[in-house]
Each structure stands twice: as structure tokens, then as C-alpha cells.
Design a protein around this ligand. Sequence first.
Ligand SMILES: C[S@@+](CC[C@H](N)C(=O)[O-])C[C@H]1O[C@@H](n2cnc3c(N)ncnc32)[C@H](O)[C@@H]1O
Length: 376
Amino acid sequence: MGNEFLDYYGKYNISPVHQNIDDFNLHMTRRKKLYRQLGMPIKLFRDARVLEIGPGGGYNTLCFFQWGAKHIDLVEANKAGIDNMRENFALYGIDASLYDIFETKIENFSSENYDIIIAEGFLQYLSNSGEIVKKLKGMANESGIIVVTCADDFGDFVETMKRMIAHSFIKEVSEHNERVKILSHIFEPQLKSLQGVSRPVEDWVQDQFLNPALTNGVEWTIANAIEDFSPEFETLGCSPHMFSDWSWYKNIWYDMKTQYLAQYKMRRFSLFLAGMEERAVDPDIVAEIDLNVRRAKHSAREYEISYDNTLFLKASEDMESLCHLVQDIDPNLHSVFCQIRDAFRDINEAGICWNRYPDLFKAFGRGMQYVGFVRQ
Ligand SMILES: C[S@@+](CC[C@H](N)C(=O)[O-])C[C@H]1O[C@@H](n2cnc3c(N)ncnc32)[C@H](O)[C@@H]1O
């Protein structure tokens, strides 16, 4: 089974998931907030047997040690990630008896009886995520919790459109490090405008704009995850915290799965932009938006293969339709979409000048959603 993440990271010997954790308390506060949104107070980690898959440099793992995990198994198939993880554990004085590192794919690993399983940052782009989930379910103990990440066509749309623009800057450049240098220079001011970012711009560029896994057409959504985890597991929580449950606690027959699937469909529109409030949108309009989003994303994928500039004109027509569709729903998103359309037109004429797209400049989607599941 192909794995674009591992092929790409291996090819350039990179693990572009470094985090600035100089302020370790701030790092833990961010992670604590994530798990609170997932319905997991950090107390759960005390004395827990944890399995973390794809930890990269182990930045997040450091929090689990700090929160008192009894033992952590780490399954990581990327050598550069493992080297970085060993450095970090040495730097933070982590006792070697507290963990084991397995340099292999999760597909080739087996063990059981974990209290908590963490699989963050990759499942959403693997074509075999359903198979992996089946395996993870067998590894969690009686009341085990599994955390995964998902992707959504709306959530990563803005970044995909920025990625298409990014590729117009590097169409003549083939050397990886040179591409990273050019794009980091161009996009650093945008990333810096996003409050709370802890990742270096070079890493962000390598993953967001150059990682082929992100545009491989695979999209494992929250709805897919809910289906794949049922019936043995139910949703514990989600970041963003998009689900509500008004059922009476004595109503133990409440069909949470059906309710959450319906809520996801109704609320996913707000994944388009970080910071957007919840917007209730007519399902027919959502379907039409989806169609145009998929078309524009298709052009973006094609562009990376052919570097044919007429694809920008094609995509600008899809953006024009999207502008009409969202104009009465969210003024900020409307403005971002219009500026994407303008940028696409400008590429073939005046060229890109970010001053002309101030809202696009500071726009980021909710590209990755975290979901926690607990065994029923
Ligand atoms: C984007 S990084 C996320 C790193 C970290 N979990 C985080 O959230 O910051 C994805 C990680 O998953 C690893 N990975 C991808 N597919 C994997 C697989 N099948 N088995 C084990 N690790 C995998 C990659 O090597 C990489 O380190």
C-alpha cells in the first residue's frame, strides 16, 4: 500500500513537524486545550499505557510524559522523525524505561491493551485509514480512547488555493531546498499573522505546499471516521468542538451516531475559515458549493502536474461561482473567495501582489480536525 507521507519524507530525509516549544508551559497549555475539546482531561494520561503512531519528533509525546503516562510505545516509520524524537527525549531528560520506539509502519506493528492511542496528523490522507482504524480498535483496552485526525474538502480549501498560487512561484525550480527557500520567504509574513502558530515556516511550507500526500485526492472525513469506529466506539469529542448533544442522560437509546453525522453535514461549512462562527447553510447550497470546491481543487492538482496557466482561468470561474454562492452567508468568506478569484486572474496578467488580497493574506482554513473515540 503506497504512503505518500513516508515516500516524501524519506526522499528528502525530512521530518517537517518541528515545533517551537521553548516555552514548554505554553506548549502544554495548547495540548491541554486540544484534549479538553476532545473530552479528555489530562488526568486521563496519569499511569496510562499509551500508543502514539506517527509522533514525528515527539514534541507532543513530551506532554504525555509530563502528565504521568506509565509507558508509551511510539510507532514511527520515518527515520528523520525518530532521530529528532531521540534528540528531544534526551534534551528533556526522559527516562528510557518509560518508552519504546518501533521504527516501522503501524500496518506492521501489533500489540494490545492500550488505555490511549494517539494517531494525529496523517490518517486523513492515507487510502487505508479504514483498515488502520480496524487494527487500532483491536489494540485499545476495555474503556480505551483513540484520537485521530480528519480532513474535509471545505477545511483545507483556502490552503489548497494558496498552494496553487505557491506553485506558480516555483514552476521553474526543481530543487527541493530552493523551493522551500522561495516559498518560505513569500509565505512567512502570512503564517506569522496567525496567532498561536508554533511550527517553523520551512516546515509548514514543506508539508502544506510540497507534500504530495495532501493533494492525493484522499479525504478521510469526520463522517468517515464516525462510520469506521462504530459500532464498538462512540464519539467522545471533537476539535473544533462542533457537536452538541441535548439528549436526556437517561435516554440511553439516543442515536448519537446519526445525530452527529447530521450535525457534521450541517456545520462543516464553518470549517472553511479559522475563526468563522457557526453558519447554518441550506444543504442544497452546500452541495453546490461542494461541487465548485471540488472543481477548483481538481484544477489545483492538475496544475502541479502540468503547470498550465490556463488552469488558473478555469479555477477563477469556479471561484466566481463560489463568490455568488457564499455572498449572503458570510461576508468575510465572500471577500476571501473574491480575492482568490482576483489572484487567479492576476497570475496571467499583472502578477501576484499580496497587497491586493489582504483578506486572503490572513485567511487560514480549519484544515485538520481532531476526533476522540471511546470504546462503548
Ligand atoms: C504530519 S506528521 C504528524 C506528526 C505529529 N503526530 C504531529 O501531529 O505533530 C505525520 C507522521 O506520521 C508518520 N506516518 C505516516 N504514515 C505512517 C504509518 N503508516 N505508520 C507509522 N507512521 C506513519 C510520518 O512519518 C510522520 O511522522
